[in-house]
Design a protein around this ligand. Structure first.
Ligand code: GP9
Ligand code: MN
Length: 630
């Protein structure tokens, strides 16, 4: 490979040095959570693979001089990139993104504090660069490198193999890592900081192109459609009954409706939520569907706050956090409501820190605000009971009226719970996921019950409306067999599966007294108009795809992101059209694709609605509207 002496190729030396440095930075300087051995392995191999591949590119350059220049400057620039991320991380516990670079507020924050972020030992970060420069200099004088075609092809094949190996492991560790893009820390942990930046650049350019091509003409059609097909013509009878009350919105992780008024080993799964169903101060919606896609909790938040659909691949919280929105918090703000979120997870998860700014959520009480210890956390973090307890002081300090969203976490896959926190025994089936689901659901049920008591003690109960919503399903189709056993069915058909997408939704209005069970179909898309109307805020010029749930004049169907839907009369799932009442198949898959079936008219509307919502998001169309003057 080299003409004079048999040195280890320089790109390999540089790659090993730079890789080692990067690993040390990932492992010991960024506080990246490592949950298992696989993550540890990926975190270790990725820096070496990345830097050897990158420095290896030098062999394609013709002269030794150019090769050495490439290696030197790559080491320097690579280190600067890591260092900028490190400074940013010290300030925000997050990694840089392209939009952030252009977000002046972030950078002003950073530049004012930059000196406090620089630490003396940071110079150590450049040690490998100095060594690499030194070796390059020394070698330049004595060695000539020449790489033949065979070497180049060999290097290319090895690089591609290593790269695929890394991505394969990452995909095994976190399925759909790239398409779901749920957290920058996960991306960096699995594919490394450099590929993360490349990925970010690619994503951002794709978004930008779609945005550039959009114009406000698209909006006319959309507005017309909403006025004709969706918006209820007059206010509901309950308009304004909650005027001035605080809204305390509990987003209950992974709770599905099938647990409500159901049992395991003869014991009620959710005694408290069951009691609320019959409570005279509560409206309980028994046919309420989640409408989330890959963005899971973040999608449920997106739909709730905007009454728009999430996107079909990836998380809109991640991909379109810089858009203009006309969110519920923004609208409430004009009526002097302060909007906050409480959730004991890192603020970058689901890109909440950025998206919340666009949604005009004024404060995010994230993990930093909670005292999380080894004893009080399980699974994904702070236990729900602790979370609610520690939230009360923050709620008390808020200026009223407020809208506070509380996001629980204990009932998250894989549904772990300590013995001591377990009030009911797991179910008994071939699915541990389903088995363990019941005790954690019960735990959250108890946490909510306790929270109601705490709210009363804090004097926050009487003047609030308390909303409880399951964010999305917790038991996926992988557990259909066990689920069929639990529900005493032979199998879970697409019809049953659709019905399993129901999540509980409660509107609890202390002192109201005329609550009842609501049976008409409803979904997360309806929350924004419903809550705003309860507060007495009209939405005549807003753009949204849901209806006030206290209105009879509604569009009459609930759409899922994949095009499935439930209407008053039909269920459309896996391209089969079912009778909603009986579950009978009205048109099989082969018929629904090319024939007119009872589901066709709604299917057409569903497709239109999803397209319009996508157009709004991809084209960032709300930037063309001044909702104030509409
Ligand atoms: C994480 C929480 C759970 O902060 O919202 O996320 P999920 O996996 O349910 O989307
Ligand atoms: Mn969730």
């Amino acid at each position: 490979m080299e003409k004079k002496r048999n040195h280890m190729p320089l790109f390999l030396q540089a790659g090993l040095l730079f890789g080692l440095k990067t690993y040390i930075v990932y492992r010991f300087i960024f506080q990246i959570d490592i949950d298992n051995l696989m993550q540890e392995v990926i975190l270790f191999i990725n820096p070496f693979i990345t830097s050897i591949i990158f420095f290896g590119l030098s062999i394609w350059l013709q002269t030794t001089k150019k090769q050495l220049l490439f290696i030197r400057y790559s080491a320097l620039i690579g280190t600067i990139i890591i260092y900028f991320n490190l400074l940013f991380y010290r300030s925000f516990t997050d990694f840089l993104t392209i939009p952030q670079l252009f977000q002046t507020s972030n950078l002003t924050d950073l530049s004012s504090s930059i000196f406090s972020l620089i630490k003396p030992f940071d110079v150590l970060l450049f040690v490998d660069v100095v060594i690499i420069w030194y070796i390059c200099k020394k070698r330049e004088a004595i060695v000539r490198f020449f790489y033949g075609k065979r070497h180049k092809v060999f290097a290319l094949v090895i690089s591609l193999l290593l790269l695929s190996g890394n991505f394969l492991l990452a995909e095994m560790e976190r399925p759909q890592l790239l398409s779901r893009a749920f957290d920058r820390e996960y991306l960096v942990k699995n594919i490394g900081i450099f590929y993360y930046h490349l990925y970010d650049v690619a994503m951002q350019s794709k978004m930008r192109t779609q945005k550039v091509l959009a114009d406000d003409n698209d909006l006319l059609t959309i507005k017309g459609y909403i006025n004709d097909e969706i918006r209820s013509k007059e206010e509901s009878g309950l308009f304004g009954i909650g005027k001035g009350r605080n809204i305390i919105f509990i987003s209950a992780e992974s709770i599905q409706s099938f647990v409500i008024n159901n049992e395991v080993h003869g014991e009620a799964v959710t005694p408290f939520l069951n009691s609320l169903v019959d409570d005279p101060n509560t409206f309980y919606f028994e046919n309420f569907y989640h409408q989330t896609s890959q963005g899971k909790t973040s999608d449920s938040e997106f739909i709730t706050e905007n009454s728009l659909y999430p996107i079909s691949s990836g998380a809109v919280f991640f991909t379109h956090a810089q858009n203009e929105y006309h969110s519920m918090p923004e609208i409430m703000k004009k009526k002097d409501y302060q909007s906050v979120v409480l959730h004991a997870n890192t603020n970058s998860f689901w890109n909440r820190n950025q998206m919340y700014e666009s949604l005009e959520i004024e404060q995010f009480f994230d993990k930093e605000f909670f005292d999380v210890t080894e004893e009080n956390e399980i699974g994904w973090g702070l236990k729900d009971k602790e979370f609610f307890t520690q939230s009360i002081p923050y709620l008390r300090e808020l200026e009223q009226p407020f809208y506070a969203k509380m996001i629980t976490i204990t009932n998250h896959f894989p549904f772990e719970l300590n013995e001591g926190d377990r009030s009911i025994e797991p179910y008994d089936s071939n699915s541990n996921t389903l088995n363990n689901y019941f005790p954690t659901v019960r735990y959250t049920d108890e946490a909510i019950e306790q929270f109601f008591i705490q709210l009363k003690a804090a004097g926050l109960y009487d003047n609030s409306m308390i909303i409880i919503m399951g964010d999305h399903d917790g038991i996926s189709a992988n557990h259909n067999k066990a689920m069929a056993m639990y529900l005493n069915k032979e199998e879970i058909t697409p019809y049953d599966y659709m019905q399993l997408q129901r999540v509980p939704f409660y509107i609890h209005i202390p002192g109201y007294g005329e609550g009842k069970k609501m049976s008409k179909i409803a979904g997360q898309i309806d929350i924004k108009p419903t809550l705003l109307h309860l507060l007495g805020i009209e939405t005549n010029h807003d753009i949204y795809f849901g209806n006030d749930l206290f209105h009879d004049d509604r569009k009459g169907y609930i759409v899922q992101r994949n095009g499935n839907f439930v209407s008053d009369e039909y269920v459309y799932a896996s391209e089969i059209c079912f009778d909603r009442e009986t579950g009978e198949v009205l048109a099989a898959e082969s018929e629904t694709t090319n024939q007119v079936t009872p589901c066709s008219p709604i299917k057409e509307k569903v497709e239109k609605e999803l397209t319009y919502s996508d157009q709004i998001i991809y084209g960032d169309l709300f930037r063309f509207i001044d909702f104030e003057t509409e």
